[in-house]
Design a protein around this ligand. Structure first.
Ligand SMILES: *Cc1c(COP(=O)(O)O)cnc(C)c1O
Length: 475
């Protein structure tokens, strides 16, 4: 192609490709369309259902242009109005999410400016923001300055990073895998077992430690298991404690488990994905010992009320983390002299990634910490308020919760499991408030998990009213 032909072709291509560069007038119009949509969505949150038992359709990509208005309409019907409305305060199942408004602004700015938040040399500012969020987490969880950490997409990926560090520090590989033992609570989140499999430790020995009546790890049982394993020539490798289990919101006895881990030179991992941020509340005492963990995961997209897509991991031993994640290449040479710990890419499997730091940093700077703490305290009280009301209706309740999750069941005289399951189905079919179920101590139970920042006393009242109505149908 000569230059003339080339220029002609470029002009031709530009006609189409420049459609990706939205002019100012259209940008403003789109922004106003989206703002109106967002306003409408937020305004209706209190009155719409929390759950729609419906399957979506018409979402396939057809290469036929559609307008933003048309697409928002499609989004509303096929995404917002199917499944769980996770932005709603009436989402009280699983672990509720949330999504404070200011984070949407942070995500917008991050998308517009698109800094490379993985390598310090490429964006010293963005990586510093990521690292300042990590520093704040270190302070909050009393981790030493020398520890390292990064923001991940969520608790599951954080667990992968932590377990990989544990594996490499303890050199759990090859023929040793089958001789190493991991100690888990029966109430551990399934992301732990999943992470072990993904990082090549499928053949490791897993021991489930028995729990007391409050669903906490029995430290005596833990120690007995460890001693038995040692006597059998096995190697105790890691113990996973949870600070806020998914099913019951229970905090394991962290300080005692820390002592045992130290005595037997094991890696001590704490999963605080759901419960971690309650350390800032009146429940602080229950977290004693968390600072002794070798690794810790926390989910800002749970306890900081940030929309989905940001988890965090802290690890004390930086060498262990760098061992698996630090790698350089010729095309990275311009950044090679930078201090490695300033670049999130050296702490995480990710290189190019979303600038997550901004979506934590901006709301923390704009709101301050106090409203977050107040919101967490409020959730703790609301679960008690809920339990009081259900007790009055004749429900049996799980033990006094450490945090903001509890469970209940109706003591039907016959077929209790079946009837409680029917009650759950009625609650789902009603959908005004979303709750979820579980099996605890071999019994079918209904869980309430209060963590959404929009959940208020009125929301709990609505839940109680709905449960009352549904119970009536089953009875
Ligand atoms: C949510 C949760 C996880 C998993 O985190 P994701 O962010 O969903 O990947 C792990 N452990 C606990 C205790 C959790 O609540």
């Amino acid at each position: 192609m000569n230059t003339e032909e080339l220029l002609l072709k470029l002009t031709e291509l530009n006609e189409l490709s420049q459609q990706l560069i939205t002019p100012e007038e259209e940008r403003l119009e789109m922004l106003s369309t989206v703002t109106n949509y967002a306003n409408q969505f937020i305004k209706e949150l209190d009155t719409v259902k929390a759950y729609h038992q419906k399957e979506p359709h018409s979402l396939e990509i057809t290469n036929q242009k559609k307008s933003l208005t048309e697409l928002l309409d499609l989004y509303q019907k096929q995404v917002v109005e199917t499944g769980i409305n996770a932005a709603s305060g009436k989402h009280m199942g699983y672990i509720p999410g949330g999504g404070v408004f200011t984070v949407a602004l942070a995500d917008f700015i991050a998308a517009i400016t698109n800094p490379f938040a993985s390598v310090h040399y490429a964006s010293p500012g963005a990586t510093t923001i990521e690292n300042e969020v990590i520093n704040w987490l270190k302070t909050t969880f009393l981790f030493p300055e020398s520890s390292v950490g990064c923001l991940s997409s969520g608790g599951s990926i954080s667990t992968l990073i932590a377990f990989t560090a544990a594996r490499d520090h303890h050199k759990v590989k090859n023929e040793f895998i089958q001789k190493n033992v991991v100690y888990l609570s029966e109430q551990v989140h399934h992301s732990s077992q999943k992470a072990l499999r993904i990082i090549g430790l499928e053949d490791i020995i897993i021991r489930y430690v028995s729990l007391d009546h409050n669903h906490k790890i029995k430290t005596k049982s833990l120690e007995d298991l460890i001693q038995k394993d040692i006597a059998a020539g096995l190697q105790p490798f890691m113990v996973v404690a949870t600070a806020g289990t998914t099913d019951t919101g229970t905090i394991d006895p962290l300080d005692e488990i820390a002592k045992i881990s130290r005595n037997y030179k094991m890696w001590f991992h704490v999963d605080a994905a759901y419960g971690g941020f309650f350390i800032m509340t009146s429940k602080k005492e229950l977290f004693k010992g968390i600072e002794k963990a070798d690794s810790l995961i926390i989910d800002p997209h749970k306890g900081l009320f940030i929309p989905y897509g940001v988890g965090a991991v802290l690890v004390k031993n930086s060498d262990a983390v760098l061992h698996s994640n630090y790698y350089t290449a010729n095309y990275m040479q311009d950044g090679a002299n930078e201090e490695m710990l300033k670049s999130p890419a050296n702490i995480s499997p990710e290189l190019t990634k979303h600038f997550r730091g901004l979506r934590v940093w901006l709301p923390l700077q704009m709101h301050g910490i106090d409203p977050l703490i107040a919101c967490l305290e409020e959730k703790l009280l609301l679960v008690h308020y809920f339990r009081n009301q259900l007790a009055e209706l004749g429900f049996h309740l799980g033990p006094e919760p450490d945090l903001s999750i509890s469970y209940f069941y109706y003591p039907f005289e016959t077929d209790a499991d079946q009837k409680n399951k029917k009650l759950m189905d009625e609650i789902h079919a009603n959908g005004s408030v979303f709750l979820s179920s579980s099996i605890i101590d071999k019994r079918f139970v209904i869980r309430i998990a209060i963590l959404a920042f929009r959940t208020k006393k009125e929301t709990v009242d609505e839940a109680v009213e709905m449960i009352k109505k549904c119970l009536h149908k089953v009875k």
